[in-house]
Design a protein around this ligand. Sequence first.
Ligand code: 5AD
Ligand code: SF4
Length: 445
Amino acid sequence: MGSPMTSPPKTFHVKSFGCQMNVYDGERMAELMTADGLTATDDASAADLVVLNTCHIREKATEKVYSDIGRLRKDAMKARGAAPMIAVAGCVAQAEGAEIVRRAKVDVVVGPQAYHNLPGLVAKAAGGTAALDTDMPLLSKFGHLPARRKVGPSAFLTVQEGCDKFCTYCVVPYTRGAEISRPFDGIVAEARGLVEAGAREITLLGQNVNAWNDDQDRGLHGLIRALDRIPGLARIRYMTSHPNDMTQGLIDAHGDVESLMPFLHLPVQSGSDRVLKAMNRAHTADGYLRLLDRVRAVRPDIALSGDFIVGFPGETEAEFAETLRLVDAVGYAQAFSFKYSPRPGTPAADMTDQIAPEVMDERLQRLQAALNRDQQAFNAATVGRTCTVLLERKGKLPGQLLGKSPWLNSVHVIGPHAIGDLVEVDIVAAGPNAVTGEVRARVAA
Ligand code: 5AD
Ligand code: SF4
């Protein structure tokens, strides 16, 4: 049972945690609620309905959701004298389901493949009955979502969801379900809509985005080549990829599709073949390095990014050192690194030789020191280059704007330019997390 409501919510706030796909889902839920007549508010404590769009990938995600719910209720009681209707969405909703209603008495629980039903669930909850939908229907939610209307210069577009790889540490195959590719026509139509709504860059999203395919076997590179022809779309990116789905066609696209940005996020997780095998990654460290060689052969300036896990069960000091060696060999422009976190229901959670937290802490520190060093070196190496920058938001200083280079490093510029402008920039200085540029010219639309 949810709390008995007397009137349906008029205002809402969506709070997204975790990956870019959750950001995308959060935007689409907001569009859905807006189309249903509700008004978005930036202030969670003032909203009649709060959607918590949750992440389940690492530690304590579930406990965090429960404490967030408690805090939301307290803040709202203080601010407006009433608790809001609460909808839990995202991967914790999928994993925990009815348990969240039982334990936290929330009004709505909706999984990542069912959120097109959110308006109906909210209406049911407004009638006083808790509403739950964690189905993974065969017909996807995408056909039921309203058109994109207003977006920033850089937009996300989900093209693929789910994962069949079953890495032994990962919950994604359980929370997001089996790999599915959205149909070609719907993606192209959404991309056109995003460009009409103001996007100049689109990042194609998928848990295994480079496994995207259709009945004509076009592959992700075929999709990218089609999107490249959309007038006004200046930049295309994609993430996250699996090394084993990196086809020659996609590699070739990096060589000759001008709008495809020279950036590749290709997680490897570990540099040890024994650990990679235990993770069920189905590739070796050397196979990964040779793959990168092939990408660099067609696009020598490509910026590389990765994901790493330290302290996977059984990881020895020598195996961890192999990860450091791989990092040295690659020279990442940026990367994400995590301590292994046992996820209930995954095979690795039941492995016996779990690593002590202090060992994980120490390894993570060493790994991050190496990755930070490489990121700084990458930023420094861009000084003296001229490149395009898509200006995405205001900086902290007066007149300062922030954007991204083709290699995805953050660029600060000062000048009379506007958010959404694509400008040509000389990079003149580098810091650890960003570089500074001087604008030469505005690139025509
Ligand atoms: N523990 C730590 N990190 C994880 N990741 C996925 N599952 C876990 C886990 N159980 C990391 C991987 C993946 C990224 C999205 O999150 O590095 O690539
Ligand atoms: Fe998780 Fe592995 Fe699938 Fe990535 S490829 S989502 S890490 S199971």
